[in-house]
Design a binder for this molecule. Structure first.
Ligand SMILES: Cc1cc2nc3c(=O)[nH]c(=O)nc-3n(C[C@H](O)[C@H](O)[C@H](O)COP(=O)(O)OP(=O)(O)OC[C@H]3O[C@@H](n4cnc5c(N)ncnc54)[C@H](O)[C@@H]3O)c2cc1C
Length: 306
């Protein structure tokens, strides 16, 4: 029996663990990935908005977090696959068969990139379906590529890819780009970028790697087939809450609803970081929420043990 089980070792989970350790709680962190850090592992741009630190990449910031975590006494299990969670009982069952039990549970599972779910998207991952415009633009230099999405991430990636690619087609289902004005204006001004609004990507096709796509434009009877060598999808994120489905109060998009103390609709079950923060997902917010949950848990346990 642990005092606290924390699910997820991104910034929120690590901050909660650090604070739980600081406050003398017996803490176990369960992380599905092979290393800690969550989304920071995929942040290739500098992170200069976390107080007190300037990091050249997310990984650099993650390395600082990981080093600090290693100095602490809490247990951390990586590559731990959770089969099920009984939220009210605070019982976590792993695929390996182990069953873990705690007095308090902290959900710090963050968010993942939303997929379109179209044909070819998974099949051509790493073979033309790109993970990052910044990292992979050289691999598609001189080629025609497609970016899907209309927000900041899509616009930023279209601009990055336009620096090396022959052409970039930006496909967005809305009527206008939702990206911030600075990005949207630069996209419109870039002669290598063509924007298709009210359009959706329907299919990605190819052999060894991506060769073409089918796009459906509003009002068109037939999909338009385009030859491209790269496809990058940036259509937002979704919370990792499947394990808790039906057990906790969530909003219409699946984000866990919490109180000011980070507590969910189940007593002594807390949610911290992006998984419960659709409006302002940041490293600072995640770290702060982790600290809040830990302090609340510690004071409740202290009161109950008096
Ligand atoms: C490209 C990009 C740039 C960004 N730039 C900035 C920036 O400049 N400044 C800033 O403040 N923020 C930035 N962010 C956002 C920031 O990375 C997030 O707000 C932060 O990582 C959220 O931390 P988190 O711990 O809540 O979630 P995450 O980082 O998503 O971590 C969640 C962790 O939970 C694990 N997990 C999920 N499901 C399970 C499960 N079932 N079992 C076990 N473990 C599980 C995941 O593997 C992951 O390790 C950026 C994000 C991206 C993608």
């Amino acid at each position: 029996m642990h005092d606290v089980i924390i699910i997820g070792a991104g910034p929120a989970g690590l901050s909660a663990a650090l604070w739980c350790d600081e406050l003398g709680l017996d803490t176990l962190v369960v992380e599905q990935a092979s290393e800690v850090g969550g989304q920071l592992l995929r942040v290739y741009n500098p992170v200069e908005n976390y107080l007190g630190v300037r990091a050249a990449t997310g990984r650099e910031l993650r390395d600082l977090f990981a080093a600090q975590a290693e100095e602490r006494d809490f247990d951390l299990w990586t590559e731990a696959e959770i089969e099920s969670v009984d939220v009210r009982a605070k019982r976590v069952r792993l695929r390996s068969g182990e069953e873990l039990q705690s007095i308090a549970l902290v959900i710090a599972t963050g968010v993942r990139r939303r997929r379109l779910g179209v044909e070819g998207e998974k099949e051509f991952e790493g073979r033309g379906v790109l993970e990052s415009g910044r990292l992979e633009r050289e691999s598609v230099a001189g080629e025609d590529v497609l970016v899907v999405g209309g927000g900041d991430a899509a616009a930023e990636n279209a601009l990055l890819l336009a620096e090396t690619c022959a052409t970039v087609t930006l496909v967005h289902r809305g009527k206008t780009l939702g990206a911030r004005a600075e990005f949207a204006e630069r996209v419109r001004a870039d002669h290598r970028i063509t924007v298709f609004t009210e359009a959706t990507l329907e299919r990605i096709m190819g052999g060894e790697r991506v060769e073409s796509v089918e796009i459906r434009r509003a009002g068109a009877l037939k999909p338009l087939r385009m030859a491209v060598r790269g496809v990058l999808v940036r259509v937002g994120v979704e919370p990792n809450t499947e394990l808790f489905a039906g057990q906790l109060h969530t909003d219409e998009r699946g984000y866990v609803v919490v109180t000011g103390e980070q507590e969910t609709s189940a007593e002594m079950v807390f949610a911290v970081g992006d998984v419960s923060n659709p409006l302002a997902p940041t490293v600072s917010g995640a770290a702060g929420a982790g600290a809040t949950a830990a302090k609340v848990i510690a004071s409740r346990l202290k009161a109950s043990r008096k």
